[in-house]
Design a protein. Structure first.
Length: 217
């Protein structure tokens, strides 16, 4: 899992998603440990205001899956200073998670942060290809989209969620899709050069290829 998260976070950064400083270090027992720099601190003592979407929705750790992506968009509209900008980020993040098999993006894995007096989505975190870690994955998304958590389609993700729910223009959507498509060869190279085992590299690439195919990218 540490190798998986480090790799997935790097793939996110390669398409312009905001991710914190992170990496892998060797422990004394010759195992790799994943580290990530906290983004809710400024200096040694000052805290930066952050709230996860479970808090915003009035839910708890036990009910963090009891929500929908449509309602996540409404939380952005309600709490963010410039919702239209944040919904572009959200759409790209959701597409990324679908392509990289992250079916565990529950409410506590989305947060808002206050910077320079503006409320925006926080840097992405806990990005993992959880699908390849599971023996028999049953879902493709943690929070339902159009009432579904599996069998997601291009129409559901791009036209319905991107255009209709996030209210993005065709131009913006095409720009995001192009950035992901252009990154694909570099992603494959990055996966092959990662610390994953050969078997997990093959599973990761196979999943990415299948998800690109489902989006006709």
């Amino acid at each position: 899992m540490p190798e998986n998260e480090d790799l997935t976070m790097r793939l996110a950064g390669m398409i312009g998603l905001d991710v914190p400083l992170h990496g892998m270090i060797w422990a004394k027992d010759d195992t790799l440990t994943y580290f990530i720099k906290r983004f809710d601190r400024k200096g040694q003592n000052d805290k930066i205001p952050i709230e996860d979407f479970a808090q915003l929705a009035g839910l708890s750790r036990d009910t963090k899956y009891d929500y929908s992506m449509e309602k996540v968009v409404k939380l952005i509209d309600k709490f963010c200073t410039f919702p239209s900008i944040e919904k572009v980020k959200l759409f790209k993040l959701v597409l990324f998670c679908f392509i990289t098999g992250n079916e565990d993006m529950h409410l506590k894995n989305f947060s808002i942060i206050t910077r320079d007096g503006k409320i925006m989505l926080s840097p992405a975190y806990d990005l993992v290809n959880s699908t390849i870690e599971l023996t028999k994955p049953t879902e493709e998304i943690a929070l339902s989209l159009r009432g579904n958590k599996k069998n997601l389609t291009k129409n559901m993700l791009i036209k319905y969620f991107g255009k209709e729910r996030c209210d993005l223009t065709e131009k913006v959507i095409d720009k995001i899709l192009n950035s992901i498509t252009e990154a694909r060869p570099k992603w494959i190279e990055e996966i092959n050069n990662s610390f994953l085992s050969l078997k997990m590299k093959e599973k990761y690439i196979g999943l990415v290829d299948s998800r690109f195919a489902r989006l006709n990218l």
